[in-house]
Design a binder for this molecule. Structure first.
Ligand code: AGP
Length: 606
């Protein structure tokens, strides 16, 4: 997905936009551009492939040409390669716009409006600009209202019309937009990180409503063209939370923030030692009435769901199924009013996860979202929301969001167990005490980072790596493999250790790195046998076990010990180990840890 910003006000618009785009760059970073009204009241445009820093260079001295109204964009390519022509903004006649999303019928529109010979780019966004220009009659709001029904797909647009200097129009469906009128002027952006330097009060641009921004006001118009008051919200974190604060990378900062994030997520929800969701407005009925649980998410969030399944099913004795959102939405799922669908999403904007949520609701299921971004689309559309309090997660590789998602899932599991009579109050209090033990255990592993770092020199020159485990440890290994893949580009695969012998062990050869996770006591001996099998075939083995676990010294090349938590809670310190392995591998390879190639922080396109 892309980063979008629009500004109209007394400040230097180019500076506001460049600073904002730098904050939004984690959302997409293969090209960037701005368009602004110059002192000649004409629209000027600068765009380039590469990062915002390159765009800033091209802008030269920001005081040379002071503008007070403009739009800016960082791109994550969907239609068309990474080229200057495909970078946003796009100008078509009197319209200049930037876009986040996918216009699915852009081929039909290209034919319908005979645009073939006019297009300078390969993007759906430029097609949209030409279509808007063709319906523009001098009335921006009315023209946009006629324009929107012509489109199919998702969008967040910021639009300027050449005959309306100082004005910016914005509209969205599915893709996110937040806005505010501040003492520094009017501002709209893809997410709060670009607004925070100017205000803590903001509103989400409602889908289908048209936002008009001038230096002196922001106005919302509904489908009938009537003015509507925005629903003002207040941010509960400050700009420091979205800065590196002395860490070399956001990812390392966010790994360190995990203990605090867990405290902020768990502690406000404990009453008499038990989970209490009263302030969240989550009723026990959804826990009592459901006959099955479906967990739906993408990527790391889905991996959190896999851990939850392994915890919930043994305790609740009802089916818990984890499905990738992009599959769930097309599988005509067996769900009904007795199904609790738990939706997990850090950003609350992942389009496949949002579509799955909408499908679940349309089929009568109760939906409970575990979301980190307040006021996000998934949060607003779910029946119930469990907000995690990790603060903004800027690094593309999710770390603290994973840990707090797990904390939320563990608390939900405990609450469900209590209300369904699966556990006693004393057992529930013991469960919560063990969950809180995870916090110092994570702090312990963060202190071990130098020892953990010693692993990566054995990884980085290898094309492949394997993460193996059994039971919960297998669920943990899924996340370890994704972390390593997405920021070090080493092909990593998570494998159920008991399944290795059914084919994959053929890939184990001399020095192939295998990260073995062995914290589940009941299957420890089986797991150690699997470790010996790969070691016997030349693998370089890193073994992760709990302190006090009896293992032969020569069973692995490197051993990493985590605090001896209850088996069900080892995911928290292990998460830190796996995150640090990935972090240091990426660093040693000299890669961009926070903004890995081809990725974006939240996937708001299908
Ligand atoms: C994980 O490191 C990735 N950033 C990615 O898998 C992410 O977890 C996934 O895209 C889901 O994002 P969400 O939690 O914002 O929905």
């Amino acid at each position: 997905m892309c980063g979008i910003i629009g500004y109209s006000g007394p400040l230097n618009a180019r500076k506001v936009m460049l600073d904002g785009l730098a904050q939004l760059e984690y959302r997409g970073y293969d090209s960037a551009g701005i368009a602004y009204f110059g002192d000649d009241s004409r629209i000027h445009q600068i765009k380039t492939t590469g990062k915002v820093s390159r765009l800033r260079e091209l802008c030269g001295s920001l005081d040379d040409e002071v503008s007070h109204c403009g739009i800016g964009h960082t791109r994550w390519a969907t239609h068309g390669g990474v080229t200057q022509a495909n970078a946003h903004p796009h100008t078509a006649g009197r319209v200049t716009l930037i876009h986040n999303g996918i216009i699915e019928n852009y081929h039909q529109l290209t034919e319908q409006y005979h645009l073939e010979d006019r297009l300078l780019s390969q993007t759906d966004s430029e097609v949209a600009a030409w279509v808007l220009d063709s319906v523009y009659d001098g009335d921006p709001v009315g023209s946009i209202r006629r324009f929107l029904p012509l489109l199919e797909g998702s969008y967040a647009f910021c639009i300027m019309f050449s005959d309306r200097p100082g004005e910016i129009y914005a509209v969205r469906t599915v893709s996110p937009l937040v806005a505010a009128y501040t003492p520094s002027g009017s501002i709209v952006a893809s997410d709060l990180t670009a607004l925070i330097p100017y205000t803590k009060s903001y509103f989400v641009v409602p889908e289908g409503m048209i936002l008009k921004m001038t230096p002196y006001q922001v106005a919302l118009y509904d489908e009938e063209g009537c003015r509507k008051d925005p629903e003002i919200m207040v941010v509960n974190w400050n700009i420091d939370a979205a800065m590196k604060n002395g860490f070399p990378h956001f990812m390392l900062k966010e790994i360190h923030e995990q203990p605090e994030a867990l405290k902020n997520t768990i502690l406000p929800r404990i009453s008499k030692g038990l989970p209490d969701f009263g302030d969240d407005g989550i009723s026990d009925e959804i826990f009592l009435e459901c006959s099955q649980i479906r967990i739906v998410a993408c990527g790391t969030a889905m991996h959190a769901g896999m851990v939850a399944k392994a915890i919930m099913e043994p305790l609740l004795r009802i089916p818990v199924t984890v499905t990738i959102a992009s599959e769930f939405r097309y599988e005509n799922p067996l769900i009904d009013s007795k199904t609790l669908v738990i939706i997990i999403s850090q950003s609350g904007e992942t389009i496949d996860t949002l579509a799955a949520l909408r499908l679940a609701r349309s089929m009568g299921s109760k939906t409970l979202a575990i979301v980190n971004v307040k006021g996000s689309t998934i949060a607003r559309e779910s029946d119930y929301v469990f907000y995690t309090h990790a603060g903004p997660e800027i690094a593309v590789a999710s770390t603290k969001a994973y840990s707090v998602q797990l904390a939320g899932l563990y608390m939900i599991c405990c609450r469900m167990g209590l209300v369904r009579g699966c556990i006693t109050k004393a057992e529930g209090q013991a469960f919560m005490a063990e969950l809180l033990e995870a916090i110092p255990a994570m702090e312990e592993m963060i202190k071990e980072k130098d020892h953990i770092k010693s692993v990566v020199s054995h990884l980085v020159d290898q094309p492949d790596a394997f993460f193996i485990g059994r039971g919960l440890d297998y669920a943990f290994s899924l996340e370890g493999a994704l972390k390593l893949k997405e920021i070090s580009y080493i092909h990593a695969e998570a494998y159920a250790a008991g399944e290795l012998k059914h084919g994959t062990i053929a890939l184990i050869a001399d020095r192939v790195p295998v990260i073995a996770i062995a914290t589940q006591s009941s299957i420890l001996s089986k797991m150690l046998s699997n470790v010996r099998e790969v070691k016997a075939r030349g693998a370089f083995v890193v073994l992760i076990t709990k302190e006090g676990t009896a293992v032969p010294d020569d069973i692995a090349d490197i051993q990493i010990r985590i605090p001896a938590l209850n088996d069900h809670f080892t995911v928290f310190p292990i998460a830190v180990v796996l995150q640090l392995i990935a972090y240091y591998a990426s660093l040693l390879k000299g890669l961009n840890v926070d903004q890995p190639r081809n990725l974006a922080k939240s996937v708001t396109v299908e």
